[in-house]
Design a protein around this ligand. Structure first.
Ligand SMILES: [Zn+2]
Length: 402
């Protein structure tokens, strides 16, 4: 048994003082250190520096590890030119080294991320994801809009997902990702959703990331039109927007981006039981615009996306960007909300028994240390986002990794 004490513990949206947590792989009891030592006299006590806060381990629901080594390769500022630069550099972008992917996992870990959702396009990140200490929801991606390649693209997906399912465990959870409405043939969309349903796997898909995507799906025109002709010899979209969204109707899905969704579409996603991942820095890098998070009723996570559209996988940095991007939402209210967007809410989205500090929850914890004593408990969420960068300690399933 371990006892972890700190000046503050984040429980149910509040910062509790003068308490400690007793845990093995799960959280057992929350009480004063003295009471916990009476209950568990042989426990080892873990101390933290002054002004530390124990948070539930942070959750990053959307990252592409395979795109971790192209910092000065891709063209930023606008979505379609960026996609073109990804396609033009496939040899570079699809041959990421294990070392670069391990570094990416480490960067997440040191920023307090104890669970991440990795979208895998090629399966080259499988080994790294089965060996990293974090919990990984491993989204095997299906992609390909060409009629003649449907079978080959499904076979590739099936091979990768079956391989990943061999590693299924408490900390490695295979799942399904449909790349997007513009890039995935409707037969592949249907088959991937069926596979997820039959195997009871989590499902994710990019949706309405850019203005060009919306234009292409709804009017078969715009920048994507040129792009598809040039790269793939295709003249009409793989799906209409409505039929694509409808295909997911009875399967709760974690939709990524949704920046260009209308208020009605966002309401409809919520009504159908879907959730949304918001990647503020990626959206800015690719010129996609601002997601109206104030209009979202669906469960919302904040995620980093991959290093192909971000300069860092540090989740606290991502919250700082969100705080600046959504300048109309009251500062303290948004700060509190953002902490929940990387803890309790994504845990529910992924159906994991973590993301909260309560007896019976997995002992996935991170300790964040403020540079000075906070003047009020109400401001701690804001001070955390503004003034911290790395976790002081990180525990996953009760084991300490930082
Ligand atoms: Zn993505």
């Amino acid at each position: 048994m371990n006892i972890l004490e700190a000046d503050y513990i984040y429980i149910d949206g509040e910062y509790i003082t003068h308490k400690a947590i007793a845990f093995d792989d799960k959280i057992k009891t929350i009480d004063t250190k003295e009471k916990l030592l009476e209950l568990y006299p042989n426990a080892s006590v873990h101390h933290t520096p002054p002004n530390s806060i124990i948070y539930p381990g942070f959750i990053n629901t959307h990252v592409h590890l395979e795109f971790s080594s192209n910092q000065t390769t891709l063209s930023y500022g606008s979505f379609v030119p960026w996609l073109g630069s990804v396609m033009a550099n496939t040899s570079k972008t699809s041959s990421c080294s294990s070392n670069a992917m391990q570094e990416a996992c480490k960067e997440m870990l040191t920023s307090g991320i104890t669970t991440f959702g990795a979208v895998s396009s090629h399966g080259i990140d499988l080994e790294v994801c089965t060996q990293t200490p974090q919990r990984v929801v491993y989204f095997n991606e299906i992609i390909g809009s060409n009629d003649n390649m449907v079978e080959a693209n499904y076979d590739s997906f099936e091979q990768r997902i079956k391989m990943s399912q061999k590693y299924t465990s408490d900390i490695f959870i295979p799942a399904v990702a449909v790349h997007s409405a513009y890039s995935t043939h409707k037969i592949l969309v249907e088959k991937a959703i069926s596979y997820a349903k039959e195997n009871q796997l989590l499902l994710s898909a990019h949706l309405l990331e850019s203005h060009s995507e919306r234009e292409w799906l709804t009017t078969a025109s715009g920048e994507f039109c040129e792009f598809y002709k040039k790269f793939l010899g295709v003249e009409k979209p793989a799906n209409t927007l409505d039929e694509f969204i409808k295909a997911f109707d009875d399967t709760a899905t974690h939709f990524v981006h949704c920046v260009q969704a209308t208020k009605e579409e966002l309401d409809m996603l919520a009504a159908k039981g879907h959730s949304i991942a918001h990647c503020p820095r990626s959206n800015r890098m690719l010129g996609c615009g601002r997601l109206s998070i104030e209009n979202i009723k669906a469960p919302l996570s904040i995620a980093t996306d991959g290093l192909s559209s971000n300069w860092s996988l540090n989740i606290i940095g991502e919250l700082r960007a969100a705080l600046m991007m959504h300048y109309d939402i009251p500062l303290h209210e948004l700060s509190m909300q953002l902490i929940n967007n990387i803890t309790s809410i994504p845990a529910k989205i992924f159906g994991l028994n973590c993301g909260m500090i309560a007896p019976g929850k997995l002992a996935d914890l991170c300790v964040i240390t403020l540079p000075d004593k906070p003047s009020s408990l109400k401001e701690i969420a804001l001070w955390t986002i503004l003034h911290t960068h790395k976790a002081t300690k990180v525990y996953i399933g009760g084991k300490q990794y930082v």
